[in-house]
Design a protein around this ligand. Structure first.
Ligand SMILES: [Zn+2]
Length: 117
């Protein structure tokens, strides 16, 4: 278990990390492979079909509204970074809340120690 000082230090660290977060976006990116309508296309080869793709799709739900859209090739990497930043934001928030609970516990423990002296 962390003592009061350790908890306070970790909270300050989490706050700094939150401030350093770059652009963010909720959701996840998936790869899609498609079959086209062209006759005799490689995507319909009976022996070794090679589907078209990958196409990258971003899906997310925000404030109850779901959304899906395709990403242009140049948008994939920046969006991956944004999605990773969003995930990190959520982890940092969860950690801060946990530390808040821990801080309360550590403060009570310290007060008890003091009263006991
Ligand atoms: Zn095709």
């Amino acid at each position: 278990m962390m003592n009061l000082t350790q908890v306070q230090r970790r909270i300050a660290q989490v706050q700094r990390q939150l401030l350093s977060l770059g652009p963010l976006h909720p959701g996840s990116i998936s790869e899609q492979y498609n079959v086209c309508g062209k006759a005799g296309c490689r995507c319909k080869d009976p022996k070794k079909p090679q589907k078209h793709g990958p196409y990258y799709q971003l899906s997310y739900t925000w404030r109850g509204k779901s959304s899906t859209r395709f990403l242009r090739p140049g948008q994939v990497e920046p969006m991956r970074q944004k999605v990773a930043n969003y995930k990190w934001l959520r982890e940092l928030i969860n950690e801060w809340v946990s530390l808040g609970v821990e801080l309360e516990r550590a403060e009570r423990a310290r007060a008890k120690e003091r009263d006991g002296d």
